[in-house]
Design a protein around this ligand. Structure first.
Ligand code: ACM
Ligand code: ZN
Length: 467
C-alpha cells in the first residue's frame, strides 16, 4: 500500500509519517470499557483476511477520547503501535471499520510482508443524518436481506434507516389491533412480526443505525381502505385516501399510530408519509366540504394540511418527532420535512423554519436505473453512480440553510425491485452516496473515489461480512 488515501468514505485529514507497520506483526488488541465487542469484531474480520490479531504483537489500542467529536475518530499508525481513538462508541466503531479497510487493502497480495504506511487519519462526518430508505411495502424483504442492507450501511457509515413499511400494497408491521391489515398481499405477501421488528431494530442499534419507521396517510392507503371502506369518503368506492372529516378516521389512526410507535421503542422520530394524496374524493365528499367551510378554509389542501398537522401533534404527544414528505403544506415547525420533488422545496421549507432531509428524486432515488441498459419504467430518468456522487444536499444554499438541513437520504422504492434485486440496486450507488453524506465538498473527487472503490473491490472488502 503506497499511502493512506484509500478509504471510503474519504477522510478529512491524512498526515503521512515515516516508516511502516507490518500487518503480520499486529496483535494485542485492547478496548475501552463498554466497547469490548469491537475488539472481538476486529479480531474476527482480521481473521477473515488471514491475520491473527489474538497473538502478542504490535499493539492495536482502541480508546475513547473526549477531545474527539461524536461519530469521529483518529487512527495513528507507527511502526510499534496502532491507536484507534473514537469520540464516542460510534466514532470508535467507524475508526475500527476504517482500520479494517486499511488491513484489507494491505493484504491484497497476501499477508506475508504486507505493510501499512505510518501516519495519522482523522475523520468526522459532514452531516449527522446519513440516511437510506427501504420500501418494504411494495415488495417485502426477508429479515436477512434487511440485515444485509443494514450491515452495508454501517460499513459506509450511514446512520439512519428510514423504513417505508406501509403503502397501498402492503402493511408490513404486525398489527394485533387490526390483524386484517397484515393480510394485504401487495406484490408479495408477508409482514414483519413484532419479534422480527425487534431483531432488526436491535441489529441496527448494534451498528449505530437509528430506525425511522414510516406509516402513510392520508393517501397511499388503497389496500387498507379496501379492508376498512368506512374510513374513506365514499365506502362504495374507497380509493386511496382517508376521509379527512370522519371522526372514526382519526380514532382509527391514533390507535394504529400508538401501536406502531410501540413497536419501535428506540425510535424518537417516525415518518407520517403525507405525499401524493389526490383531492378527487375530498372534493366530492359532503363531510370533507362541510369541515373545510366550518374551519373557514378556502381550499381542500388546507384541510389536508390541518389533518396532517393534527396527526403530527398526536405523534408529538407520544414523545416522538414526526417527519413528513414535502407536500406544499405548512407543517408546524418541529415537524421535519423530507424534500423529494425538487431542490426548490428546500427554499420553500426554509421559509417556514422546519428542519429538512434532502432526497430529491432525480439525484437520490435508487429505483431509477443506474444505466440505460437496466429495465425500467419509461417515465424514470437514468441515475448513474456519478449523479449520486455529485449530489450536493444544500443545492446552492449552504449558508442560508445551515443546520436546518439534517442531511441527505437516498431511497429505494421497490415497485420493480423484488427482494433478490435489492443489493444489485444499491451497489455501487450506495457507496457513492456515502461520500455525499459523509465528506465535506473539499474531500470529494470522483476520480479519486473510483480508484479507491476499485482497490477496495479488488481487495474483497465489499464481500467481507460486516459484523
Ligand atoms: C414519493 O416519492 N412519493 C415520496
Ligand atoms: Zn371525506
Amino acid at each position: 500500500m503506497e499511502n493512506l488515501d484509500v478509504l471510503i468514505p474519504r477522510p478529512q485529514s491524512i498526515v503521512a509519517a515515516p516508516g511502516v507497520v507490518k500487518v503480520e506483526s499486529l496483535g494485542s488488541v485492547s478496548t475501552p470499557q463498554g466497547c469490548e465487542r469491537f475488539g472481538g469484531e476486529l479480531i474476527r474480520n482480521a481473521g477473515v483476511l488471514g491475520l491473527d490479531l489474538t497473538q502478542e504483537g504490535v499493539p492495536v489500542k482502541m480508546i475513547l477520547s473526549s477531545e474527539i467529536k461524536v461519530e469521529s475518530f483518529e487512527i495513528t499508525i507507527t511502526p510499534d503501535e496502532v491507536t484507534i481513538a473514537g469520540g464516542d462508541p460510534a466514532g470508535l466503531f467507524y475508526g475500527k471499520g476504517a482500520f479494517e479497510q486499511l488491513l484489507c487493502i494491505a493484504v491484497i497480495k497476501g499477508t506475508r510482508g504486507s505493510e501499512i504506511p505510518c501516519g495519522k487519519v482523522s475523520d468526522s462526518p459532514r452531516f449527522g443524518y446519513r440516511g437510506f430508505m427501504l420500501d418494504s411495502a411494495r415488495h417485502i424483504q426477508s429479515v436477512d436481506t434487511v440485515k444485509k442492507v443494514l450491515a452495508l450501511m454501517a460499513k459506509l457509515r450511514l446512520n439512519v434507516f428510514h423504513w417505508h413499511l406501509c403503502d397501498s400494497q402492503g402493511f408490513r408491521s404486525e398489527s394485533k389491533l387490526f390483524p386484517e391489515l397484515n393480510t394485504l398481499a401487495g406484490m408479495t405477501p408477508g409482514y414483519y412480526t413484532a419479534a422480527e421488528i425487534k431483531e432488526i431494530c436491535d441489529f441496527a442499534a448494534e451498528h449505530f443505525i437509528t430506525v425511522i419507521p414510516e406509516i402513510e396517510m392520508p393517501g397511499h392507503s388503497k389496500g387498507l381502505l379496501a379492508l376498512h371502506p368506512e374510513l374513506a369518503c365514499d365506502p362504495e368506492n374507497p380509493g386511496k385516501e382517508f376521509c379527512l372529516a370522519k371522526k372514526e378516521v382519526r380514532e382509527f389512526l391514533e390507535k394504529l399510530i400508538t401501536e406502531f410507535v410501540g413497536l419501535f421503542p428506540a425510535s424518537k422520530i417516525i415518518h407520517l408519509g403525507g405525499d401524493e394524496a389526490n383531492t378527487e374524493h375530498w372534493d366530492k365528499c359532503p363531510a370533507c366540504q362541510k369541515l373545510m367551510k366550518d374551519k373557514g378554509l378556502s381550499d381542500i389542501r388546507q384541510l389536508e394540511n390541518d389533518f396532517m398537522n393534527d396527526m403530527a401533534a398526536f405523534v408529538r404527544s407520544l414523545g416522538v418527532t414526526p417527519v413528513t414528505w414535502f407536500t406544499g403544506s405548512i407543517m408546524e415547525e418541529s415537524t421535519i420535512i423530507q424534500v423529494w420533488r425538487s431542490i426548490w422545496e428546500l427554499k420553500e421549507t426554509l421559509s417556514h423554519g422546519n428542519r429538512m432531509i434532502f432526497s430529491v428524486h432525480d439525484q437520490l432515488y435508487l429505483d431509477y436505473p443506474c444505466t440505460a441498459a437496466e429495465p425500467f419504467e419509461n417515465w424514470m430518468p437514468v441515475l448513474c453512480e456519478s449523479g449520486v456522487y455529485n449530489t450536493e444536499p444544500f443545492a446552492a444554499w449552504e449558508e442560508e440553510i445551515g443546520d436546518l438541513l439534517l442531511g441527505p437520504e437516498t431511497c429505494l422504492w421497490t415497485e420493480t425491485v423484488p427482494d433478490h434485486r435489492v443489493m444489485a440496486k444499491l451497489m455501487p450507488r450506495l457507496v457513492a452516496f456515502s461520500e455525499t453524506a459523509w465528506c465535506p465538498i473539499a474531500q470529494k473527487d470522483w476520480f479519486s473515489y473510483t480508484k479507491r472503490k476499485d482497490v477496495l473491490t479488488a481487495g474483497g472488502w465489499f464481500e467481507m461480512e460486516a459484523l
